[in-house]
Ligand binder design. Structure first.
Ligand code: BG6
Length: 499
């Protein structure tokens, strides 16, 4: 984000650990294709899938191509797969069969690197999280993280730990064999244009700063509502739950974008220091307060439109007695000068009524004395709604007088929709992240302290839930349990309606 995206990436070998997995074919390869469509990849980039199942280079490229074609067909050509372009990219794709735990794999990687004119290498860990530490230790032991003949970087996917202790242990393990400058911890929310735009809008428009504080803002709501259930990920999700899956990472990144202080520059160190500070300022609740300020929910059978949907416990590979939450609502407070007294309400869930990720900033109400003897009985608060997806844009909810002799107020929207201003080419959200990693810009990646502060703030909820609290139910297709509404009404507030 700190530079105009015009230079091509340097020559490099990009190793995709977990090459035959889902992430590579669904997101990483399409993102690399889009980068090459935009002319941003150097001709010297080589892409090598690494995985245990035996495949030739041609088989691997063939599988990726089949998936890309299927995807293009399913989107009725919206993904615009160009045969020539794909052909050129496919020539740079290779595969290495290897066990992640065997020394021979790392020797073969070293040989691949040496074969290329440039010895730059990026190792992308698109594996299950259990391998992160193991692979990195082996890369280190094989001398592959030594940067004397080219840069060496490691991209670590999510989930980064499952609580504070495991995240600290993983950080310590990575930092034993490389420096922080070599580590790119991914949160794919930071690849979204709308998320990056929060910083740009806040800090490039002088008007926002004037009211961006506890004098004018009453509270902030951050919602990530999904209509999907757990799909094929039942086994993973049942051990993870909505809190771990979405809050310390995606939702806290949104919170940080809204709440951080202006960084001294748009560089990686300045931006990430401000984010670490604000996430570090989230008040650590006591167990009692953590229970009071959180609501867990699990979906039971319900309907989306006319479609009948199973309950969570009936999903494949989910424990039929599971107590895992598929919805969570939290209230957190940020103890710093800007935000003292302004609650941040967060909620996220699977199988809700619509897909909608949005930040609603609710302003303090206008004093209504002027309207005392009129028909206007209550003035609604103004909201600034930052819509992350799917309807990307920003809207101000204001009040206006309806034309006519009576004093009647109407809600109106001042808005900016991305699609009205910009051509939206198909992107996966991983393009900027891959580009930034290849060009060495860590701004959109999480530093160790960002990750640990995130876990530190959710740890009280994890600890409190171990000992008590109820898992409420909600019907699939609804927006979470009644208790989530109560979490707000207790503070005389309401959730902004989603969708
Ligand atoms: C992932 C979570 O990190 O983010 C998923 O593991 C979730 O459970 C997904 O569905 C949401 O991402 P997006 O980009 O669809 O909002």
């Amino acid at each position: 984000m700190s530079k105009p995206a015009i230079e091509t990436t340097p020559p490099c070998t990009l190793f995709l650990f977990g090459g035959s997995g889902d992430l590579v074919k669904r997101l990483l390869m399409p993102a690399l294709y889009n980068l090459s469509r935009d002319g941003l990849l150097d001709k010297g980039l080589r892409i090598v899938g690494v995985d245990h199942n035996p495949l030739s280079d041609a088989d691997f490229a063939g599988r990726l191509e089949a998936f890309m074609r299927e995807r293009d067909k399913a989107s009725q050509g919206a993904n615009c797969l160009d045969d020539k372009l794909w052909g050129r990219l496919a020539k740079r794709v290779g595969y290495l069969t290897g066990d992640f735990l065997s020394e021979a794999t790392y020797q073969a990687i070293a040989r691949r690197i040496e074969k290329n004119p440039s010895e730059n290498a990026v190792f992308y860990l698109a594996t299950s999280p259990g391998f992160f530490g193991e692979v990195v230790q082996r890369l280190g032991a094989a001398g592959l993280l030594d940067e004397s003949r080219g840069f060496r970087r490691v991209v670590v996917e999510k989930p980064f730990g499952s609580d504070l202790a495991s995240a600290e242990a993983l950080n310590a393990c990575l930092l034993k064999v490389m420096s922080e400058k070599q580590i790119y911890r991914i949160d794919h929310y930071l690849g979204k244009e709308t998320v990056q735009n929060i910083l740009v809008s806040r800090f490039s428009n002088g008007l926002f700063e004037a009211f961006w504080n506890n004098h004018y803002i009453d509270h902030v709501q951050i919602t990530a509502a999904e209509t999907v259930g757990v799909e094929t990920r039942g086994a993973f999700y049942d051990h993870t739950g909505a809190l771990r899956d979405m809050v310390p990472n995606h939702l806290f990144q949104l919170l940080a974008m809204v709440a951080m202080e202006p960084p001294a520059a748009f560089g990686a160190d300045a931006v990430r220091s401000e984010k670490a500070k604000v996430i570090g300022a989230i008040r650590p609740w006591s167990k009692t307060m953590a229970l009071k300020n959180s609501v867990r929910g699990q979906y039971v059978a319900g309907k989306q439109g006319r479609k009948q949907l199973p309950g969570y416990r009936d999903e494949p590979r989910v424990d039929p007695h599971s107590q895992t939450e598929t919805f969570v609502a939290l209230k957190v407070m940020i103890d710093n000068w800007r935000w003292v007294g302004v609650p941040f309400y967060l909620r996220t869930g699977k199988r809700m009524s619509v897909r909608d990720t949005e930040i609603a900033i609710c302003f303090k109400p206008a004093p209504s004395a002027q309207f005392r003897d009129t028909e206007v009985d209550k003035i609604k608060p103004n909201y600034l709604r930052i819509q992350i997806q799917p309807n990307e844009g920003m809207w101000f909810d204001l009040q206006a007088k309806r034309p006519g002799p009576a004093l009647v107020m109407e809600n109106i929207e001042l808005g900016f929709a991305y699609k009205d201003f910009f051509t939206m080419l198909p992107y996966t959200g991983y393009e900027t992240l891959i580009y930034d990693c290849l060009t060495g810009d860590q701004t959109l990646f999480q530093r160790a302290d960002n990750i640990e502060n995130g876990w530190r703030a959710v740890q009280p909820f994890l600890d409190a839930w171990k000992e008590g609290g109820e898992v409420h139910t909600y019907a699939a297709g609804e927006d979470g349990p009644e208790a989530a509404t109560e979490l707000m009404s207790r503070d005389r507030r309401v959730w902004h309606s989603i969708g």
